[in-house]
Design a binder for this molecule. Structure first.
Ligand code: BEZ
Length: 259
């Protein structure tokens, strides 16, 4: 999602994103069922990416506005879903022009560092009408631990001390945070969701190419390739099944209502 100094940097290419990462919205269509948008409701989609779920919300009759801090995502979202409104904005500092009945977010919160999560929750609370709901899913504690451990180990063997940059909270940590911002947590669930990656044997490499800029910044192309080869060797028995890589995703999903 965002790309400021305090945020994990990732070079998003909106025009290419769906080819590698279509699963990000495909695996979360049931989150729209949890939101259950009603005709006439106003919904803010925070970290909307290429806008597929924003549009799914609109198709249920709601007015949907998507925000994302990556300009190329917003450009792609506008091209693909002209019936929705998309705004280039950082969730940590966004001041919407109108109040919303619900805020929705899929696979975006984990890109925002721990220190900035309270700013995001301020934005969400300010954006909602009293009684409005915040329905979201992000990586939860333990998300992609096999992958991050293998990458960090391969980097450490070459002298790089690089920890993964994402915020993957537990239920307790995030529920406390929501309550501190005036929300009542109605549902919270942490669940494993093994996720098949596209592109067969190259799937893990491509996933790391898309999501893992943070790991590889200082490496030469040859070093990067060697690290990726080590990671594939280490994880093949655990995560390669029937011709595809299956990432060890674990999700945190919640519904919270503004008191
Ligand atoms: C996720 O969507 O769960 C995710 C995103 C970036 C890194 C790891 C996991």
């Amino acid at each position: 999602m965002p790309d400021s100094d305090s945020t994990p940097t990732n070079e998003w290419d909106g025009s290419d994103y769906d080819a590698t990462c279509g699963f990000v919205h495909e695996e979360a269509t049931d989150l729209v069922d949890v939101l259950d948008p009603q005709p006439g409701e106003r919904v803010l989609d925070l970290g909307c990416g290429t806008g597929h779920l924003t549009d799914a919300i609109r198709e249920r009759g709601a007015t949907a506005v998507g925000i994302d801090s990556a300009e190329s995502m917003i450009a792609e979202a506008r091209e693909q879903h002209p019936e929705c409104k998309f705004v280039h904005a950082d969730a940590r500092a966004h001041e919407p022009e109108q109040a919303f009945d619900a805020v929705f977010s899929n696979a975006a919160l984990h890109w925002i560092p721990d220190d900035d999560q309270d700013a995001v929750l301020d934005t969400v609370a300010d954006a909602l009408e009293p009684g409005g709901r915040f329905v979201a899913e992000c990586g939860g504690t333990g998300n992609v631990t096999a992958i991050t451990t293998a990458v960090e180990t391969a980097l450490a063997e070459r002298g790089y001390d690089t920890a993964h940059p994402w915020y993957f909270p537990s239920i307790g940590a995030y529920a406390s945070r929501l309550e501190a911002h005036g929300f009542e947590v109605r549902m919270a669930e942490l669940f494993d969701r093994p996720t098949m990656l596209e592109h067969g044997d190259d799937g893990l490499r491509e996933w790391l190419d898309t999501f893992g800029d943070h790991f590889f910044g200082p490496l030469s192309a040859a070093e990067r390739d060697a690290v990726l080869t080590d990671v594939e060797t280490e994880l093949r028995d655990e995560l390669f099944r029937d011709g595809s890589w299956v990432a060890d995703y674990r999700r945190l999903r919640f519904v919270a209502v503004k008191s």
